[in-house]
Design a protein around this ligand. Sequence first.
Ligand code: DX5
Ligand code: ZN
Length: 214
Amino acid sequence: MVKVAPSILASDFSKLGEEVRDVINGGADYIHVDVMDGHFVPNISIGVPVVEALKPVSNVPLDVHLMIENPDQYIPQFANAGADIITVHIEASPHIHRTIQLIKDQGVRAGVAINPGTPVEMIAPILADVDLVLLMTVNPGFGGQSFIDRVTDKIQDVYKSAQEINPTVEIEVDGGINEETAKLCREAGANVLVAGSSVYKSEQRNLAIEAIRG
Ligand code: DX5
Ligand code: ZN
């Protein structure tokens, strides 16, 4: 029922393929790929060539989180590279229905993300049309930040609306997720848990993944 999506942002990039295989062997359901452009968020990470390189390495879906401006411009490239899920930020998508349709037209599952400071009402008009809602539990840009616990109220709100409008939508959380915060998120209704540091910095990654899954 609950899925765990390790974020490769916290992995050792000098041996990325191995790092991906390791968490898949440890039980990862998705591989979470954080794409940052230095504009939407104050950091630059990785892009299309890395998704392309990881595609043959991963036998679980590649969950691509675009923290970028003008996502429409890059969606076809990420889809061609092998993204299975593409999530865009509502704050970076002024024409969200068009953007979500563009993702679906590529044959890829579509997600919408919201920052901790953005009210859930912002995504209400698109909730029926997405496959996944990503609630950020930190301000995006960096791994290893502390969980903002007030976001659990937003998870509950999205869960309630989703029950009525789109009961199969996945509710994903991202940022500061560890064994304890994962429990709060699961109780609030989240069913996909992204975890970077708490999985990759753990001595026993399979146990960390299982603890997060609960
Ligand atoms: C934050 C990213 C997250 C990040 C999570 O901007 O979207 O996916 O990698 O890292 P942790 O789990 O270390 O907070
Ligand atoms: Zn992310």
